[in-house]
Write a protein that binds this ligand. Sequence first.
Ligand code: ZN
Length: 186
Amino acid sequence: MRSNLSSVPIPRRLGERPRDPRGLPIPYVVLVINGKPDFRITDVERWATVVNHRLCALCGEPLGARVAFIGGPKSNISRCFTDGPMHRDCAEYAIRVCPYLALRHMKRTDDTVAPDGVALKVIEEMDEERPERFFVGITTRYEVDLLPSGSAYIRAGEWDSVAWFRHGEPVGPPEAPATATPSPTS
Ligand SMILES: [Zn+2]
């Protein structure tokens, strides 16, 4: 969490969302129980709604031709995500103030049921595997597929563009893996 949270302007559509006591907009897909959001919990019904109807997982408004996803170096390559598609401006806001506003990367999921019968998906935040850099990837399409466990995930299309961030600031891409090519001598 960046300390200068209030210095980052909230994009218009995300600004319509209710705020938590820290002033963070409460993402559309976050489950709210008795008026209290639990940022660890994805509301499965809302997740299905945004994915199926091409809405933004953060603000809940319709997406345009291009959609954004947030991830680390591994999902940049795999293009596999468990978190929903977003507007570019909503995604860039999240990545600047707190990537985990958008990214509840799963270490493990427990499917459970709330007292009112609503199916929940409890997502534990990654800890030791938190990547140093996050990216916003822009694409025009995605599809939903199922893991052998039955959990749904999203596979994004080819990236039109990718922007990397570290501690909320724009940076270059992660170092490419070393190759066996010898350095040129001069
Ligand atoms: Zn949005």
